[in-house]
Write a protein that binds this ligand. Sequence first.
Ligand SMILES: Nc1nc2c(c(=O)[nH]1)N[C@H]1C(S)=C(S)[C@@H](COP(=O)(O)OP(=O)(O)OC[C@H]3O[C@@H](n4cnc5c(=O)[nH]c(N)nc54)[C@H](O)[C@@H]3O)O[C@H]1N2
Ligand SMILES: Nc1nc2c(c(=O)[nH]1)N[C@H]1C(S)=C(S)[C@@H](COP(=O)(O)OP(=O)(O)OC[C@H]3O[C@@H](n4cnc5c(=O)[nH]c(N)nc54)[C@H](O)[C@@H]3O)O[C@H]1N2
Ligand code: SF4
Ligand SMILES: [Mo]
Length: 757
Amino acid sequence: MAIIPVDDLAITRRFGPHLSKNTAVRLSTSVSPEKLVKTHCCFCGQQCGIQLKVKDNEVIGFEPWEEFPFNRGMLCPKGVKRYLQGSHPDRLLTAFRRDARDPSGFSPMGYDEAIAKVGAEIKRIQAAHGDDAIGVLGGASLTTEKTYLLGKFARLALHTKYIDYNGRLCMVSAGAANKKAFGIDRTTNPWADMIGTEVIWVAGSNVAECSPITTNYIWQARELGCKVIVQDPRITPIARTCDLFLPIKPGRDAALFAGVLQIMIEHDWIDRAFIEAHTVGFEQVAEHCKQWTLAKTAEVTGVPARSIAKAAELWGNAKSSFFLHARGIEHHSNGVQNALGTINLVLASGRIGKPTSGYGTIVGQANGQGGREHGQKCDQLPGWRDISNPEHRKYVASVWGVDEKEIPGPGVDAYEMFRKIDAGEIKGLISICFNPKISLPDNAFITRALEKLEFYVAIDFFLNDTARHADVVLPGSLQEEDEGTVTQVEGRVIKIAKAVECPGEARPDWRILQDLAQTVGRPKGFTFESPRAIFEELRLASKGGVADYSGITYEKIEAQMGVFWPCPSHDPQTGAPTPEHPGTPRLFEAGSYNPIAKGAGPFYFPDGKARFNVADYRAPIDDACDEFPLYLTTGRVVSQFLSGTQTRRIGPLVEQYPSPRIELHPRLAEKLGIADGDWTICETKRGAMTLEAMVVTTIRPDTVFVPYHWAGEKSANRLTVAAQDPISKIPQYKVCGCRVRKADGPPAYASVLEAQQ
Ligand SMILES: Nc1nc2c(c(=O)[nH]1)N[C@H]1C(S)=C(S)[C@@H](COP(=O)(O)OP(=O)(O)OC[C@H]3O[C@@H](n4cnc5c(=O)[nH]c(N)nc54)[C@H](O)[C@@H]3O)O[C@H]1N2
Ligand SMILES: Nc1nc2c(c(=O)[nH]1)N[C@H]1C(S)=C(S)[C@@H](COP(=O)(O)OP(=O)(O)OC[C@H]3O[C@@H](n4cnc5c(=O)[nH]c(N)nc54)[C@H](O)[C@@H]3O)O[C@H]1N2
Ligand code: SF4
Ligand SMILES: [Mo]
């Protein structure tokens, strides 16, 4: 099989308009399918229901799944085109080894030989340098079964403490804030609860492009009179229809939230009875907010004073409300504080866990929720247990049938793992479902670190840009080639159905992990026969934890079209079995399952009370300065997904937005002598890249925006800063200082682009 050349510049081979004749016929709408499989989209955390059309062990198209309650048949452009990836010519059908003699840099090898080679290298490295010399990187596009197995595999089969996952780049600021404030990390309400609410505040989320189906809920609420507030440096599509736009300067969100809360306190637009009965810590927060006068807040945030006052008035006086945020406020070295600032506004209003009032951080990846609950995080055991807590360790060890001492302690975050690779502490790496070479900040450093590894094995269905540094690549499974569960944005556990078998020598990911456990001589605990069997053990391992899945079964998921966790199998007080427990769509309601408070109150702390936290504003690291006077912020476009490994291979999606562009305001463009379409250089302390200018009135004049879905010369992470939040360790993707000028000529990749037109 041909491998795409080691060429970061080219858009990878497209599929769609450039189909071979045979493939085009196969995938044409006139071919009738053998079966329709009800499942979910493989891309974002909305997890829309979809039906895949299958013929001859191939996904040949899709039909809407009208009954699935979340999206009712609606899909965004990525969901509509996802079926084109399965038959892509780049699909890995065998294992590969690095081979300098082959022009592609790789040559195929037998699956068994590849597994044996990986096993031998792991054993060699661990014998020479200790168990922790091997690191494991996972991903939140994997099913929950796989993430559970991966955590167990790292701890028991490899005995390494070094495991972390790509959700570290995504959900961890929100997760840390939720845990600090509520004791549980999940959106509080089903999205249908938005319909009928009075105010929705969206902070740092490009809802229409990144969580398209959520737009529909917001618009339904608007039809009924809901006021929408949007806080973003860009007038995103959702902002174009909002009632109040807060054009925040990147990295200043905590200041804005403190300023708004100060006005609410001054006007007594807060729910004192709720604060008194259900929270602790309000006084310290109120004291802290005093410094955030309206004038100071406006000056620091760049938001006009009258808009800040209006936001406080709308939010302060509403009877029902939703607060939604995403990576715009979380991708910061102050990300946890920003998220805590939103929670303070919610708690002060007393509007949470009610039929039309809630709070939610919008989940990013397909299993961004389930993938952060069951043990692939560096400090975590299944059921959201803490790997440093002796009782939690003991319980999980009992489920795994091992001595508690066999479970290693906490490791470090994904970026820190690369620093350890660079320092020579970690010498071998296993990655599955992660593409750090594109997705981590300051990626020149990541590339250097990858080259230092003694041995690297990647498990993927495409040869992603990081995997090009691998010694061995193992052919894993596409989402539709395996069954399992994922947990979508609302906290609803849903079922991914298997539509086709893995082609060629590719294997379901969980089988590969078990084959590796076998080959390193530790097969005990890795002899599952199916994802269902893994799920049964996960249910037990999560039992009694905050993320309790023990009452969820595949049958219940199918019968109810999803089960909201927590869903216990036993009553925490009486111990009586609760097989009929329907799950918990709305958190914090009276009488709902709560194994921590046990009736003391709605929140997940022993006293049942939520915590206010002082949410301190700190200026971004590597902020705009004299030399780099503009704010660079990065993010997404609707037609591409994450590192683009999947969506840059789908022709119609590539055509919608072929290459990254830099958004800049006309006033800035004029000052710099740049016209729409000009080649433009954007430069930071890390490096420079050349991009086509996109002059738009929808961005702050002091800010530029670049989407990050491309590799090599087109990777925005050449520019970003590797600063991290001290608590969550999320990278500060959303702001750094930069300068922009007109380029003398087109970049090298322009000729490739032209050739492909
Ligand atoms: N089309 C598409 N959809 C996706 C994805 C994708 O790659 N493509 N990825 C999925 C994943 S994993 C994720 S995490 C989500 C991400 O979903 P979002 O967080 O909605 O997307 P982003 O583009 O990362 O950033 C959101 C917004 O933050 C704004 N922003 C930048 N800096 C700041 C700031 O300092 N403060 C505030 N308030 N706003 C700021 C940006 O202008 C942008 O509009 O999308 C998911 N859905
Ligand atoms: N500058 C900048 N950088 C960012 C962001 C930003 O806003 N700005 N956003 C960050 C965010 S929020 C995120 S979530 C990360 C994403 O970071 P990445 O880890 O780069 O995400 P993906 O592109 O999904 O890469 C995952 C790989 O997993 C593979 N894969 C997908 N599903 C499966 C599966 O089921 N099995 C196996 N074996 N492989 C699978 C894909 O082919 C792909 O190669 O990027 C982060 N990077
Ligand atoms: S990418 Fe997200 S919004 Fe689009 S169809 Fe898939 S799950 Fe739905
Ligand atoms: Mo994400």
